[in-house]
Design a binder for this molecule. Structure first.
Ligand code: ADP
Length: 183
């Protein structure tokens, strides 16, 4: 049947699109917290790539490091996005310059870069349904999923809710400071 053929030919949702770079690329991330004399190693060589349009659930017990990873992802994503756009606009040699050190044309290009950089490609959410009853959580998550699908946004969502996690493209967790892919 044509339908079956099509289904078999369709790439797995987990397979990254080969022609686009990831919207999030975390490489060898380290995060430690001091607690008195002790040092907590929360992230220790963590790696994670998320491709355009992908939805990824970040699951795991409280204290595993989910919020820490989301914070790193937000900072990594914002900086990389800014650099990517500035390089695209021909400002590679001006990345470390102050505004006063730029020509009028260069300042205009930075203004364009700033506007474009504000259009996010990755939605980060930390327990977006954490305080909601199951029915409301389902509604909120459905709305979030529809927005993500319609806009082509990628999303990384920390959640304890396995029903929600199971509806996303991928599930990852943090073990011994590393991001581990779940089935
Ligand atoms: P999760 O989101 O999975 O619950 P977190 O990333 O919030 O985990 O925290 C991971 C661990 O790091 C926890 O043990 C937490 O107590 C500790 N931690 C988080 N932030 C700090 C901080 N600013 N100072 C010290 N310890 C912290």
């Amino acid at each position: 049947m044509a339908e079956d053929d099509q289904a078999q030919a369709a790439p797995s949702q987990d397979a990254p699109p080969q022609d686009e770079p990831p919207v999030l690329f975390l490489h060898n991330v380290e995060r430690r917290y001091r607690q008195g004399e002790a040092t907590l190693e929360i992230l220790n060589g963590a790696e994670l790539a998320v491709w355009p349009g992908q939805s990824v659930a970040l699951v795991g017990p409280s204290g595993a490091g989910k919020s820490t990873l989301l914070h790193v992802a937000g900072a990594a994503e914002a900086k990389n996005r800014a650099i990517e756009i500035l390089v695209y606009l021909g400002l590679k040699e001006r990345l470390a310059h102050r505004p006063a050190e730029l020509s009028g044309g260069e300042q205009q290009r930075v203004a364009i870069a700033r506007a474009v950089a504000n259009a996010p490609r990755l939605l980060l959410a930390d327990e977006p349904t954490g305080n909601l009853d199951a029915h409301t959580a389902d509604h909120v998550f459905t709305a979030l999923t529809q927005l993500v699908r319609a806009s082509g946004l990628a999303t990384l969502v920390a959640t304890h809710n396995m029903a929600i996690a199971s509806r996303m493209d991928r599930r990852v967790t943090i073990r011994e400071g590393k991001v581990v892919e779940l089935e």
